[in-house]
Design a protein around this ligand. Structure first.
Ligand SMILES: *Cc1c(COP(=O)(O)O)cnc(C)c1O
Length: 366
């Protein structure tokens, strides 16, 4: 067996130790005589898995007690609708609630489009220039609507590789963050946020699970007409077991949280992530052949897009990289070129191998 270095943006690589543990526990989880996939979500075995996963996530992120952690389905894309439905008040269809949104890339654009179905969306900052997103607004440069129900932003724009180097200060207005591609990459102060949500398939676990961390006072304000499944209160009251949760994905996320603890927590993750990203950007910047378009002050630690001097070489680059065991480097179709996603599970050796391959490719083709 030989495993490749997988630079996919998502679903993304998982830690090999986690996959090995899942393999070892596949047929018979801890003497239960069955796999986790076959267990009742209400049985005591799965309840213990679910509770440990939540406790470990609370520990590694230092989540305060007045926040609920929900293990949901529907992806971050469902949160684009659930956030306004839960926070704007009024009734579905009246569009009277107001919210502020940062527009900094492809994912925030989608969040804005969805929120417009439910309320009055005020775009407080728009960094699009010539059809591209390569920066974020300067800290403190944005004026918020004091009557807004919340402010929404995307701390890491996965497609463009643009990241906020700060957390916006929104005063008393709750801050909502789509952390799909940056959660668990470093320590954060959860108390600065009203809601944090993330699809699991980048830095948490497999696809199918969505983690929502919501301050308790923001639960129970749901718009009239909101379906039960879209109401945070439904899930908070039921411990995320109102209906059948994505049990296997929840279990694997728990194995990842445990792996992060063993590795030294989010401080240790941050150190490695910063080093990985730093050396890859340094290699790109030092070459006249590769280019990253993002403002150096807000380059993502997780998603590193880059172009080749001659786009006609893209296909050769991808084919040769694959031969070298470096896969899924093709950039998003909207940006072109390459993108290396280097989440927690990408070992530093994978980044080193990519940098060495890039130097070799440049020598031969540059
Ligand atoms: C991947 C991603 C999404 C979409 O997630 P789904 O789980 O596929 O809905 C949304 N926002 C960001 C920042 C992402 O990286």
């Amino acid at each position: 067996m030989s495993r490749v270095f997988n630079f996919s943006a998502g679903p993304a690589a998982l830690p090999q130790e986690v996959l090995e543990q899942a393999r070892d526990e596949m047929l018979d989880w801890h003497g239960a005589g069955m796999s986790v996939m076959e267990m009742s979500h209400r049985g005591k075995e799965f309840m213990s898995i679910a509770e440990k996963a939540e406790a470990d996530l609370r520990e590694i992120m230092a989540i305060p007690d007045d926040y609920k952690v929900l293990f949901l389905q529907g992806g971050a894309s469902s949160q684009f609708a659930m956030v306004p439905m839960n926070l704007l008040g009024g009734a579905v269809g009246d569009l009277s609630g107001r919210a502020d949104y940062y527009r900094t890339g492809s994912w925030s654009k989608k969040a804005i489009a969805e929120a417009k179905r439910f309320g009055n969306v005020n775009v407080v900052a728009d960094t699009e220039s010539d059809g591209k997103f390569t920066t974020v607004p300067a800290e403190g440069s944005v004026n918020f609507d004091s009557d807004a129900a919340y402010v929404h932003y995307t701390p890491n724009e996965t497609i463009e590789g643009v990241e906020f180097p700060y957390v916006p200060d929104t005063g008393d207005v709750p801050l909502v963050a789509d952390m799909s591609s940056t959660i668990l990459s470093r320590p954060i102060d959860v108390s600065k946020f009203g809601i944090i949500y993330a699809g699991a398939q980048k830095n948490i676990g497999p696809a199918g699970l969505t983690v929502v961390i919501v301050r308790e006072d923001l639960i129970g304000r749901t718009m009239d007409g909101t379906p039960a499944m879209f109401d945070y209160q439904t899930h908070a009251k039921a411990g995320s077991m109102y209906n059948t949760p994505p049990t296997y994905a929840w279990y694997l996320a728990g194995l990842v949280f445990d792996w992060i603890k063993r590795k030294g927590g989010l401080g240790a993750m941050a150190e490695v992530n910063q080093r990985k990203a730093g050396k890859l950007y340094a290699a790109i910047d030092a070459s006249g052949f590769y280019h990253n378009p993002v403002d150096p002050g807000c380059r993502s630690w997780m998603n590193v897009p880059f172009t080749l001097a001659d786009p006609a070489l893209d296909a050769t680059f991808l084919a040769e990289a694959k031969e070298a065991g470096l896969v899924t480097l093709k950039g998003h179709r909207s940006v072109g070129g390459m993108r290396a996603s280097i989440y927690n599970a990408m070992p530093e050796e994978g980044v080193d191998a990519l940098i060495a391959f890039m130097a070799d490719f440049e020598q031969r083709h540059g």
